[in-house]
Ligand binder design. Structure first.
Ligand code: Z5A
Length: 203
């Protein structure tokens, strides 16, 4: 049986992940591979309920972090682990790097506590590859303003998103073999070409 592969997509809000995951999903399916497309927070019925709470309600950062990991535990148990076990490719719009970027980098939550939660919830599970869409917050904000109304996270300050961006880049620096960094300021078509060239090397 083919081995399943777990690919995650990260970046600040509005960096263009959704657009490019669509392209990769179609490319993988055209090669006859089973693809499970999912997202965090969310990906399961319970996870989607938790997502609604997280995006709507202000809350303490510890409560927020625990809710992200509660949704993640359910997501791994019901979606990610079974899909990988049957050989599917799992494409997840965000995963634990987002917690390090937003809650630790953006909000100052203790990284050691996230490491403990990560070990508890994930065990040895880690993404095979993580595609990081790197973009200046000013550009992302312009795109989102044109596209839709902001949720609770998207209303954070420019400084907040600069910290999130730096935290993502720092994580990528520590795990260069896992991260593929995309310059998300380019034209969508150029980004797709770079992503699919990279994906060909994952086969
Ligand atoms: N969060 C967290 O804090 N901690 C965690 O552990 C996790 C998550 C897992 C989830 O929101 C929120 O939860 C997120 C972090 C936090 N913060 N927020 N908000 P979400 O899932 O709703 O939001 P998102 O993941 O950021 O998705 P998004 O806002 O839809 O962004 P995107 O997928 O990266 O962008 P897009 O929808 O593909 O594109 C945005 C717009 O730009 C759209 O109009 C496109 O047509 C346009 N676009 C896309 N690419 C381009 C290029 N290349 N050039 C020009 N315009 C483009």
């Amino acid at each position: 049986m083919n081995q399943g592969k777990f690919i995650t997509f990260e970046g600040i809000d509005g960096a263009g992940k959704t657009t490019q995951i669509d392209a990769l999903e179609a490319w993988l399916r055209a090669r006859g591979l089973e693809v499970v497309r999912t997202r965090e927070p969310g990906g399961t019925p319970l996870g989607e309920k938790i997502r609604a709470l997280l995006l709507a309600d202000d809350m303490d950062v510890t409560a927020e972090t625990l809710l992200f990991f509660a949704a993640r535990a359910e997501h791994i148990a019901r979606v990610i682990a079974p899909a990988l076990a049957r050989g599917a490719w799992v494409l997840s719009d965000r995963f634990t790097d987002a917690t390090y970027a937003y809650q630790v980098g953006g909000k100052g939550f203790d990284a050691r506590k996230v490491e403990q939660l990560e070990a508890l919830v994930q065990g040895t599970l880690q993404p095979f590859r993580t595609v990081l869409f790197d973009l200046a917050p000013e550009t992302a904000a312009r795109r989102l303003a044109a596209a839709r109304a902001a949720d609770r996270f998207e209303r954070e300050s420019r400084d907040f998103f600069n910290r999130v961006r730096e935290a993502y880049l720092a994580r990528a620096q520590r795990a260069p073999g896992r991260f593929f960094i995309v310059d998300a300021a380019r034209e969508p078509q150029r980004i797709t070409e770079a992503l699919l060239t990279e994906a060909a090397s994952w086969m």
